[in-house]
Design a binder for this molecule. Structure first.
Ligand code: MN
Length: 417
């Protein structure tokens, strides 16, 4: 393989690309691994069904039902994926001990102590998400924008509790905690008042952010969405709403873009350089929507490659917080997690192995003929050999050998659940 790598290295060098440097750089780029692929977004604090306009489909056997199982499954995924990982958990994954249970507005750092131990032992930071769904206080499909103050106050307290927990994560791990605020608030059918819920939503998020925190340690985000299941006509947290909110609260809030949360022909890749002109930092949820926000497993498709390319081309790997967000219950969940993480790693490495400076120079010289030729030629560079070297250096399989491991895990562990 080293011969193949040496040969690939020379070919890339002729395009002005240093593949050793690309590999070294990617090793330090954290990608947040979402715990919710392991149990279909259920969590440990409720017995109810998944609500909030999102839906997992499929009933593949072997899903994690306890914190121990979920952590065991995440460990398996971590062992199969190259690259630096960060842990991403939702508030509904609180781990209660000795029969204790508290509602979401009363959550404390101690309810996430086991996750901190898990992350620290694996040298990972933690990202966090308040959970504004799958709960009886989500009334009429609304949380932070509900007309009833009692409902809003419950969720504002939840948000504040999550800020305190995020600060605890950052202090314990020494890594900033990205805390993402997303609600599915909206209406199935044509509303009579579109601004009222948004004014209440704005006020509620402002109240959450009034909880003291260190912005160097806690990175609150607001995530937009175009629609959800049963919330087809209107969402309070639309793209314009959340982006404007983040812009007006730049001293304590970031915009978060989920590429499943836009109209099907809109692409997040083009929005990244637009936002980087104005925001010092931003956050991403990488997913794969098919026709709607279906949260299919991330694969190495054009938009995933384009998203990675924009982050790299803008020299913004340290300004963009990258997280995965999808959930497929129709296939082996360990495999779903692994394919998604590895696909994003491939996209990032490909972006780092693209002759970006040379291509930009052609554009700036208005040499569009050569730009097209070179962009097409660059697609045929021997990427597989660089990927294999990267995986080898990270101590994981570069080819399909990892799937043998998943099949064994399914037989030995998942099938016994
Ligand atoms: Mn998302």
């Amino acid at each position: 393989m080293d011969t193949r790598y040496e040969s690939a290295k020379q070919i890339y060098a002729s395009f002005g690309v240093d593949v050793d440097a690309a590999i070294a750089k990617l090793k330090n780029v954290p990608v947040s691994l979402h715990c919710w692929q392991g149990d279909d977004v259920i969590g440990f604090d409720n017995d109810g069904a998944l609500t909030g306009g999102i839906q997992t489909t499929g009933n593949y056997p072997g899903k994690a039902k306890t914190p121990e199982q979920l952590m065991q499954d995440m460990d398996k995924v971590i062992s199969l994926c190259p690259g630096k990982k960060k842990l991403n958990i939702h508030a509904c994954y609180a781990i209660f001990e000795d029969g204790e249970w508290v509602d979401r507005n009363k959550l404390e750092p101690k309810h996430f102590k086991k996750w901190v131990e898990f992350a620290k032992a694996r040298n990972m930071g933690i990202d966090f998400n308040p959970t504004f769904f799958s709960h009886p206080m989500q009334k009429d499909g609304l949380t932070l924008s509900h007309p009833d103050k009692e409902v809003r106050d419950f969720w504002i307290e939840h948000g504040k509790a999550c800020i305190r927990i995020s600060q605890y994560f950052a202090e314990e791990t020494g890594v900033p905690c990205v805390m993402n605020i997303w609600t599915g608030d909206g209406f199935k059918d044509i509303p009579a008042d579109r601004m009222g819920p948004r004014m209440r939503y704005k006020d509620s998020i402002e109240q959450i952010l009034s909880e003291p925190f260190d912005f160097n340690k806690v990175k609150p985000c607001v995530e937009s969405k175009v629609f959800g299941i049963g919330v087809e006509a209107y969402t309070a947290g639309s793209a314009e709403f959340t982006l404007s909110f983040a812009a007006m609260h730049k001293d304590k809030c970031l915009p978060l873009m989920d590429n499943g949360h836009y109209h099907p022909t809109e692409v997040v890749s083009d929005k990244i350089p637009a936002l980087l002109c104005f925001f010092p930092e931003l956050a991403l949820h990488v997913t794969r929507g098919i026709r709607w926000d279906s949260d299919h497993v991330v694969v190495l498709d054009d938009e995933t490659k384009e998203i990675a390319k924009e982050i790299v081309r803008c020299d913004a790997l340290d300004r963009v917080y990258i997280a995965l967000d999808y959930f497929d219950a129709s296939i082996n969940r360990i495999s779903a997690w692994t394919v998604g993480f590895r696909s994003l790693q491939k996209a990032l490495l490909m972006a780092l192995c693209t002759p970006n400076a040379a291509l930009a120079k052609l554009q700036n010289e208005s040499n569009f003929t050569e730009l097209m030729v070179m962009q097409e030629e660059a697609k045929m560079l021997p990427f597989e050999d660089v990927w294999a070297k990267y995986c080898e250096e990270c101590g994981v399989a570069s080819g399909t050998e990892w799937f043998e491991d998943v099949k064994k895990y399914e037989k030995d562990v998942l099938s016994l659940r």
